[in-house]
Design a protein around this ligand. Structure first.
Ligand SMILES: Nc1ncnc2c1ncn2[C@@H]1O[C@H](COP(=O)(O)OP(=O)(O)OP(=O)(O)O)[C@@H](O)[C@H]1O
Length: 821
């Protein structure tokens, strides 16, 4: 009998009413422990070990392989089944789907798993109430036929002699171990259903309801291309078939199993046979859809790159260790080179630097194309890199961003698709293993260069003691919201003699560079920088010390600690080789945050296991062919639901694309391709004005009208926060216009040059506005810092609060667990 924890369960449940609950419990436990059947949004095709959609040799058997957890259960001689409709043979497992283009033979192994109790002699005593519906055969009862509930099913009257005493040693072995194909054939050949007792009939009804709602069956049905949406229909039709055709022993056995996963496991293979015969068209349609959403083996998408012998050099190390410097050396030496940047700003920096060193280099970002005559080199944003052109040397900067939840796909595409003899990757070690895996898939040679920081980063234990008056020249104070940035700037300028430059994400790259230059320049009064995490990448800054104003960040939902990798990246900005502050320092505003800072700096880089992917337009188009008459947003949902990915990749988040897609749904006459392109425009979805302008651009475009900018141009710098926000929005709208002009035909966006000039003017106005900004942005009350009379303090550590809260929570839940125990 069952040993260990399972035997305890047995004891508990065998005393309960329905013995099948025992099995359900074990099965569920098995599922959750094995992770075999993940109930995620997309089908877990990995769950079907034998399944490969392209080369299908699937197993629809629900019986898992031997599991040591269930050694106590009887070994099972459940039969493998064949899905071949003609051939009920058990040995070669063959499946032939109607269209006949994929016939795969797979010799199945006989399963001898824990689920052996299906069909075994029931060894335990049933409580008398439960025996009522267990009868050894239909011949035992001879009640009157009733045709009132289901006209296709002959009912046996309740008072039929269900001989309870004969139940004790019923064996369903002969039913449970039947070959499903044979069983299905037999059901098909039955003229009509056998008579059943009303109780059995009711249990059968329940059992089929359970089957129709079973997540297990729904998931497994995907293996034979019965989609989630079609499954309920298929299950319903199967039920009708069963009730019309079932034999007495089969019905008894299913009724005996009752509404349980055991019943699902028994019925499912027969259901498979039924579906293959009844729904070839639906199966083919779904299979085509799955095939068109196939994102497996992305390295095969770039046959030209695969035909090349590429050398990949991974410059691996922390910030400020010379990775990019060395990669750029090779880039500049090459006859033809491309530099791929994570940001426009960084592309501009490289463009300027390389040209200044005498190597002609063009610039290509989503918003601008600056062609330098005779140039063989280009700096671009990673999304814009061409996988058609050949290069001698390519540099992909910040390669760890291939794991970015939203933009990761752009790095993956560049790595897989670039046609370059030599590709230099610069980044931290977090993606080293995934790059190794990709290189083994692509067959590229990988060379690893490991770096250390030029000079170690020193943590200043004293902190600023909660007082911004302790800020010094060369400090960069990091806050995590635009509002805090302004509060800190105002406080510093009010209580000290320092002047502050500011950098935050909503500023255009030109303004960020202007602020960075102002800070780096030693001949002016701007000697302190106040910035958000936007400072972490892409700017060469002369920072002596990075001071964390806080170490928590609002993620749109709640305030959370800043992840260690980000803390490291930002802190690493202090002390750059070649700058006037080669020794880097970092600290926090308040002592309470210091522990978290040290903890973050000590942490090794987390290893990333998956790289991002997103379908190309052509893939989406192919997929759309399977699903006419749905909106683009629904199409994206369907794609993510049905797409298949290798274990090394994830599908990038596309919430923002869906949000834009939803808004553009009102615009008629946009082709799928245009819609797709519009959705990638760089719009801040939380800025309603920017969204409104994008909608207007799309409407004009759809009517074949030349798209107007239709926006007033401010002439003076901002005098308050509202005007500053307005300038930021206006620049964003112009940036969208410029982006669209590079992604659609020139004649449709004829004012691109004008937009560029306006954007430059606005960036300048923004710079002037920031120099004079002394207003306070509206603050949320909860986060409003307290102020002393003549100094600025932020006495509360939100990190401490967060950690205390978490601690309290875990103590509470521990206690409640104890109570429960
Ligand atoms: N061999 C070198 N000679 C002179 N300067 C160097 C050398 N290596 C690096 N530097 C300078 O050190 C600074 C940091 O180098 P680099 O930007 O290459 O580091 P990194 O590791 O790529 O950092 P990040 O990840 O922050 O970009 C740069 O200003 C760079 O010009």
């Amino acid at each position: 009998m069952v040993r260990g924890p399972a035997s305890c369960l047995f004891r508990i449940y065998s005393s309960k009413k329905n013995i099948s609950r025992f099995r359900v419990l074990i099965w569920n436990q098995y599922l959750s422990s094995s992770g075999l059947y993940e109930r995620s949004g997309s089908p877990n095709f990995k769950s079907f070990p034998a399944l490969d959609v392209q080369n299908r040799s699937f197993s629809t058997s629900l019986v898992p392989r031997k599991n040591p957890k269930f050694m106590g259960c009887h070994p099972l001689d459940a039969k493998p089944f064949s899905t071949s409709v003609e051939d009920g043979d058990t040995k070669p497992f063959s499946t032939s789907v109607e269209d006949g283009d994929e016939v795969v033979n797979d010799t199945r192994t006989v399963v001898d798993d824990f689920d052996a109790d299906v069909g075994k002699i029931v060894e335990f005593e049933l409580p008398s109430e439960d025996r009522a519906y267990v009868s050894s055969s239909s011949e035992d009862s001879d009640g009157e036929n009733e045709d009132i509930i289901c006209d296709s099913m002959l009912l046996e009257s309740e008072n039929g002699d269900n001989n309870v005493s004969s139940v004790k040693s019923i064996s369903f072995q002969h039913v449970a171990s039947r070959n499903p194909a044979e069983l299905y054939r037999e059901l098909c050949n039955n003229e009509k259903a056998a008579k059943q007792a009303r109780t059995d009939w009711e249990i059968l009804q329940e059992t089929f309801r359970y089957f129709g709602n079973s997540g297990l069956a729904t998931d497994q049905a995907l293996a034979i291309y019965i989609g989630r949406s079609f499954f309920p229909t298929a299950a319903y039709k199967f039920r009708s078939f069963f009730f019309k055709k079932c034999s007495a022993d089969v019905a008894k056995y299913v009724a005996y199993l009752g509404p349980s996963d055991d019943a699902v496991k028994f019925l499912f293979p027969v259901f498979v046979e039924y579906c293959l015969e009844e729904f070839p068209d639906e199966i083919k349609r779904f299979r085509d859809m799955i095939a068109s959403a196939d994102l497996t083996k992305p390295h095969t998408w770039f046959p030209f790159a695969r035909a090349m012998k590429r050398k990949i050099v991974y410059h691996c190390g922390p910030t400020n260790s010379g990775k990019t410097f060395n990669a750029l050396q090779r880039f500049m030496e090459a006859k033809k080179g491309i530099y791929c940047s994570p940001l426009r700003l960084l592309a501009m920096e490289v463009f300027d630097k390389v040209n200044a060193l005498g190597v002609y280099c063009s610039l290509h970002t989503g918003q601008e194309k600056k062609f330098v005559p005779f140039s063989n080199h280009a700096a671009c944003t990673v999304e814009m890199v061409s996988t058609d052109e050949m290069y001698d040397v390519a540099v992909i900067d910040e390669i760890q961003m291939m794991a970015d939840p939203c933009r990761g796909f752009a790095w993956t595409r560049a790595l897989l698709g670039l046609k370059a003899d030599e590709i230099h990757l610069c980044g931290d070690p977090s993606v080293l293993n995934i790059v190794r895996k990709i290189c083994s898939d692509t067959g590229d040679e990988l060379y690893e260069h490991h770096y250390e920081r030029f000079k170690p980063l020193v943590v200043e234990a004293k902190t600023l003691l909660g007082d911004l008056k302790n800020v010094r020249s060369g400090d960069c104070v990091v806050a995590f919201s635009r509002r805090e940035v302004f509060e800190v700037k105002i406080a510093i300028e009010k209580h000290t003699n320092h002047r502050c430059c500011v950098i935050y994400g909503a500023l255009p790259p030109e303004t960020r560079r202007q602020q960075a230059n102002l800070f780096n320049d030693q001949d002016n009064e701007f000697d302190v920088l106040v910035a958000t995490d936007a400072v972490g990448m892409g700017l060469n800054l002369n920072i002596r010390r990075v001071v964390f104003f806080s170490l928590s960040k609002y993620n749109g939902d709640k305030v959370l600690p800043v992840p260690a990798s980000q803390v490291k990246q930002i802190a690493g900005r202090a002390g750059r080789r070649g700058s006037i502050y080669p020794d880097g320092l970092t600290t926090t505003l308040i002592l309470d945050d210091l522990g978290y800072l040290i903890e973050c700096l000590k942490q090794p880089f987390d290893e990333v296991k998956k790289a991002g992917l997103f379908p190309f337009y052509e893939q989406v188009e192919l997929f759309a062919g399977q699903l006419p008459n749905i909106t683009f947003c629904q199409l994206l949902d369907k794609f993510s639901e049905n797409c298949r990915l290798d274990g090394s990749y994830f599908l990038c988040r596309h919430d923002h694309i869906k949000k834009v897609a939803n808004m553009l749904q009102k615009v008629q006459k946009l082709s799928l391709e245009d819609r797709f392109n519009f959705c990638f425009a760089p719009v801040n979805i939380r800025d309603p004005k920017a969204m409104f302008h994008l909608l207007k651009f799309a409407s004009s475009y759809s009517q074949n009208l030349p798209v107007n900018i239709a926006m007033g141009m401010p002439t003076v710098s901002a005098r308050n926060n509202k005007e500053l926000l307005d300038l930021e929005t206006k620049h964003q709208v112009l940036s969208i216009y410029m982006w669209l002009s590079h992604h659609f035909k020139d004649e449709t966006f004829p004012y691109a040059k004008k937009a560029e000039a306006m954007a430059t003017d606005i960036a300048e106005l923004l710079g002037q506005s920031l120099a004079n900004a002394n207003w306070k942005p509206e603050s949320r009350k909860a986060l409003k810092p307290q102020q002393k009379e003549d100094s600025y303090e932020r006495p509360l550590s939100r990190i401490k609060l967060y950690q205390k809260k978490r601690h309290d929570h875990s103590v509470n839940s521990e206690q409640s667990e104890k109570v429960a125990v």
